[in-house]
Ligand binder design. Structure first.
Ligand SMILES: Nc1ncnc2c1ncn2[C@@H]1O[C@H](COP(=O)(O)OP(=O)(O)OP(=O)(O)O)[C@@H](O)[C@H]1O
Ligand SMILES: [Mg+2]
Ligand SMILES: [Zn+2]
Length: 495
C-alpha cells in the first residue's frame, strides 16, 4: 500500500522535529562541558575516588551547565561500563539518560512541583532501590522554590539516605536554600563562562550546523550572552533565523541586538580622546536617537580601553582595530587608565541616574574633560625635576589638585581647599582642617585625586586629612605672635 503524501510529510516532520540549538548541543559527557573545570573536576573525583555523596547543590547563574552536568553525572554513575568519569553514551542506560527516559533518573521542577504530595512521591521513590541502574538520581531544578514542608521532607530523607540515592539540587539562588539542607550537601559552584570559552563553543556549533559566521560577530554574541552559554546559543540561533542563508556578519548582529555599530563606538571614543566636545556630543546624540543600547556602548568603551592599555604596556594583541586606534589617536597609557577608572565609576552613576540618556551625555562630557587636568608627570616634566627632587615644589602639586577639583566641577570644594594649610612630605600631602564636613568632602574625593592625578608609575602620592595642628593652640599661647613666624621658617625648611 502506497503511503499518501500527507502522512509521509507528517512523518518526516515529526522525525525531524526541530530541536533548539541549545538542546541539540547539550553536552553528552564531561569533556563537552565548557568553562566549568572546577565543577567537572569535583564530580569526576567524586566518582574516581568512589566518594559519592548523597546530596549536591549545583549553584550558579542561568544557562551555565547545572542541569547538563547533573545529567552527565547521572550517566557517569549509571553507565553500563561505569561508574566512570567518561560515560560511553552508547549503552542503553546512557542513551536513555540522554533522551530523558531513564527510569532511575527523576527530574523534578521545584518551580511547579512543590506540593507536599510531590515530595511524598519523591520520598516513596527514594525508598526503593533502582530498577535498572546502580543509582537513583534525583535532579531538583530551581530547588530554591521548594516549600518549607518540602524542604523538611527532604531533610528526613537526608537524615538516613539509602546508599543508592543521589540528590542534586540545582539552583540560581543558593542563599534561599535552608541552612539545614545546604549543610548536609556538597555545594558546587557554576561560574559565568568566560567569553573565549563561549566563542569556542559557538564556533563548534556553527561548524556542525554549517552556519557561516564572522569571528567578530561571535564575539558580540558571546558578550551579549554575559557568561550564559544557553543565552549565547539562543542569540546565535535567533540571528541565524534572522540572517537566512546569508553569512552572519558583525553588522547583522549589531542590527539584531540594537547595539551601536562598532564604528560609531570607535568614532565617539576617538573624539573623546581628542577632547572634541562638540563632535562627541553629536555622536552621542545620534546613538541616543537611534535607540542603541547605551550601557552596551559604555561596556564596549571599557573593553576597548582595556585592550589599549594592555597593548600600550607591550602585550601583543591580535586586534588590528586596537593598533589602528592607538596610532590614530596617539593615546597615552595614563590617559587610557584615567578613562578606564572613570568608566568603572560611571557604571555606578548609571544606576542612580534618572534616565540613561542624561547620564550617558554627562559621562561623555566628563570623559572629554578628563585629560585637561595635567598629570603630575606632565607637571614634573614641565618643571624638569627629577624623581628625587619632585617634592621640592609642593605648590605646583597643590595647585594641580585645586585645578583638578575645579575642572571636575567641584568649584566650591576647590575654593575651600585652596585656603587650607597643607604639607608635602615623603609622598604624602596632608591638609589641615578642623572643619569636619570639609575633611569628609576631601576624604570623598581623595581616591579620585590619587587615581586621576597621579597615575604615573614613578610618582605615588597619598592624601591625608588631619586635624589642624592639635598642639597649635598650646604652642600659640606660649609663643604668641612669634608662632606664625616660626611656622613659616619651618615651612621654608621643609621644601
Ligand atoms: N558549560 C556548558 N558547556 C556547554 N554547553 C553549555 C554549558 N552550559 C550551558 N550549555 C548549553 O546551554 C544549555 C542549557 O544548559 P543547562 O540547562 O545545563 O543550564 P542550567 O545551568 O541548568 O540553566 P538554568 O539555571 O536556567 O536551569 C545546554 O543544553 C547547552 O547547550
Ligand atoms: Mg537547569
Ligand atoms: Zn554508557
Amino acid at each position: 500500500m502506497g503511503s499518501n503524501p500527507t502522512s509521509s510529510a507528517l512523518k518526516n516532520l515529526s522525525q525531524e522535529r526541530y530541536l533548539s540549538l541549545a538542546r541539540k548541543y547539550r553536552p553528552k559527557d564531561f569533556e563537552e562541558i565548557f568553562g566549568q573545570e572546577v565543577a567537572v573536576r569535583i564530580l569526576q573525583n567524586s566518582i574516581s575516588t568512589k566518594r559519592i555523596h548523597h546530596a549536591y547543590i549545583f549553584a550558579g547563574v542561568r544557562g551555565t551547565g547545572k542541569t547538563t552536568a547533573a545529567r552527565v553525572f547521572a550517566k557517569a554513575l549509571n553507565c553500563e561500563k561505569g561508574p566512570t568519569i567518561s560515560p560511553c553514551s552508547k549503552c542503553l542506560n546512557c542513551i536513555q539518560i540522554s533522551s530523558g527516559s531513564f527510569i532511575d533518573l527523576i527530574e523534578i521542577d521545584a518551580g511547579s512541583q512543590t506540593s507536599v504530595e510531590d515530595i511524598r512521591a519523591i520520598k516513596e521513590k527514594a525508598i526503593y532501590p533502582p530498577s535498572q541502574g546502580r543509582y537513583k538520581v534525583f535532579i531538583i531544578d530551581e530547588a530554591h522554590m521548594l516549600s518549607n514542608s518540602a524542604f523538611n521532607a527532604l531533610l528526613k530523607i537526608f537524615e538516613e539516605p539509602p546508599e543508592f540515592d543521589v540528590f542534586i539540587l540545582a539552583t540560581t539562588e543558593p542563599h534561599k536554600i535552608p541552612e539545614t539542607v545546604s549543610s548536609r550537601a556538597i555545594r558546587i559552584d557554576f561560574r559565568k563562562i568566560p567569553k573565549e570559552k563561549i566563542v569556542e563553543r559557538l564556533k563548534i556549533i556553527c561548524e556542525q550546523e554549517k552556519i557561516e559566521c564572522e569571528d567578530n560577530a561571535l564575539d558580540l554574541i558571546a558578550e551579549e550572552g554575559d557568561g550564559s552559554l544557553r543565552d549565547s546559543i539562543s542569540i546565535l540561533e535567533a540571528i541565524w533565523m534572522f540572517s537566512g542563508d546569508e553569512k552572519i556578519t558583525q553588522s547583522a548582529v549589531e542590527k539584531f541586538l540594537g547595539i551601536a555599530p562598532r564604528t560609531s563606538v570607535y568614532e565617539l571614543l576617538k573624539s573623546i580622546i581628542n577632547q572634541d566636545v562638540k563632535k562627541s556630543y553629536e555622536i552621542s546624540q545620534g546613538i541616543i536617537e537611534k535607540g542603541y543600547n547605551i550601557r552596551r556602548v559604555l561596556k564596549d568603551f571599557a573593553e576597548i580601553i582595556k585592550d589599549c592599555v594592555f597593548y600600550l604596556e607591550g602585550i601583543e594583541t591580535e586586534r588590528e582595530e586596537v593598533k589602528r586606534f592607538i596610532s590614530e589617536t596617539n593615546m597615552q597609557v595614563e590617559h587610557a587608565m584615567r578613562i578606564y577608572n572613570a568608566l568603572i565609576k560611571f557604571e555606578e552613576d548609571l544606576k542612580f541616574s534618572v534616565s540613561d540618556e542624561v547620564a550617558f551625555k554627562m559621562i561623555v562630557f566628563k570623559l572629554c574633560y578628563l585629560n585637561r587636568v595635567k598629570s603630575i608627570k606632565e607637571i614634573l616634566e614641565k618643571m624638569s625635576l627629577s624623581q628625587n627632587t619632585q617634592f621640592q615644589e609642593p605648590d605646583k602639586i597643590f595647585s594641580a589638585i585645586i585645578d583638578y577639583l575645579k575642572e571636575t566641577g567641584r568649584v566650591l570644594l576647590a575654593e575651600k581647599v585652596s585656603s587650607l594649610k597643607y604639607e608635602v612630605k615623603d609622598s604624602l600631602i596632608s591638609f589641615f582642617t578642623d572643619d569636619v564636613k570639609l575633611a569628609r568632602a576631601i576624604e570623598d574625593v581623595k581616591k579620585d585625586i590619587e587615581e586621576f592625578l597621579f597615575t604615573t608609575k614613578k610618582v605615588q602620592i597619598k592624601i591625608k586629612v588631619e586635624k589642624e595642628n592639635e598642639n597649635r593652640a598650646d604652642v600659640e599661647k606660649i609663643l604668641g605672635d612669634d608662632f606664625v613666624k616660626i611656622e613659616r621658617v619651618e615651612e621654608e625648611n621643609l621644601w
